[in-house]
Design a protein around this ligand. Sequence first.
Ligand code: GDP
Ligand code: MG
Length: 163
Amino acid sequence: MANIIAIVGRPNVGKSTFFNRLVEKRQAIMDNESGVTRDRHYGYGQWTGKHFTVIDTGGYVTGSDDVFEGAIRSQVVEAMNEASVILFMTDCHDGLTDLDKDFAKVVRGLKKPVYIVANKADTAEWSYQSHEFYGLGIGDVFPMSASNGSGTGEILDEVVKHF
Ligand code: GDP
Ligand code: MG
């Protein structure tokens, strides 16, 4: 099976920021060659010599009949089906929200490795807040900062064990 990482989670937790960090290099090359937009859903990266595809997704909003939200929702479900490893992103600044709990219900049913990445842990103080996400009952929680890169190596070390 292909090595595919899906980054999922509610809007504004930092999924696209992390995606851009993971695929930065390849994306720049692709931009030069084809002039395509930088807002890509699929990117390619590698860690310790192991190559992978990473999928960025829109937010996941439950309990709405809105057509656009429905489209986002199905895109996320598709990404989760396609992925070999799922990174469920939360936000240490906002803490545990109802939307995170709704999301956890979807993720929990998947028979795939899921890691909670508690983003915006820019400092040790914010990092302590990440313990709250053990309450989702998904499994291990990895505090990280998509902005400054701290903690991202620890997550990738875990993820590439599946590749
Ligand atoms: P998405 O909707 O989940 O894709 O979230 P974005 O990547 O668009 O980020 C939403 C907001 O959070 C933006 O203003 C980012 O600059 C900010 N953000 C993302 N990652 C971090 C982080 O690690 N620390 C902080 N402090 N802000 C972040
Ligand atoms: Mg985004």
